[in-house]
Design a protein around this ligand. Structure first.
Ligand code: AMP
Ligand code: ZN
Length: 138
């Protein structure tokens, strides 16, 4: 593995505003926040993407995200709601290849959002795709 900015942050070799850490995870402020207070939670063991991520690290990352979401709501960060977001792969918008969970505080009119989507696609289409994914769960 070459240089990884999030590994450098975990190792205290790169600057970061760290909010939380435990044996498995660390959380710090995003330097290009979607909204003020935007945090990232990362596993301490480097994993480039979900395929490389140990399930226990994924579970720990989500649990920390859940705790941070609660903390944000009662902190001085304006947070009437929270989005959890994870980009896996370039096409999904992943820019840093060390898995991370975005914890994004939300307020009315903050402008953050995903694009529109169709409502009520045919049930047979939903069933077909559900079966395809189900078949790969192992
Ligand atoms: P993604 O597009 O999901 O890969 O998100 C990468 C995120 O990492 C972006 O929101 C960046 O702003 C953030 N980021 C990149 N470098 C740093 C850094 N040194 N400290 C904190 N956040 C960073
Ligand atoms: Zn890393």
């Amino acid at each position: 593995m070459g240089h990884c900015i999030f590994c450098s942050i975990i190792d205290r070799e790169a600057e970061a505003s760290i909010v939380y850490e435990d044996g498995r995870t660390a959380a710090f402020m995003d330097i290009r926040p979607f909204t003020p207070g935007h945090l990232l939670v990362v596993p301490k063991t480097h994993a480039a993407n979900l395929a490389e991520l140990a399930p226990a690290d994924g579970g720990a990352m989500f649990q920390v995200g859940q705790r941070l979401a609660e903390a944000l709501r009662s902190s001085e960060v304006a947070a009437e709601g929270v989005n959890l977001f994870l980009a896996d792969g370039v096409i999904a918008g992943q820019e840093v290849f060390h898995v991370h969970l975005h914890v994004i505080p939300r307020t009315a009119g903050d402008g953050f959002g995903l694009r529109g989507r169709p409502t009520n696609p045919p049930r047979e289409d939903l069933d077909y795709l559900a079966a395809s994914v189900r078949g790969r769960l192992g």
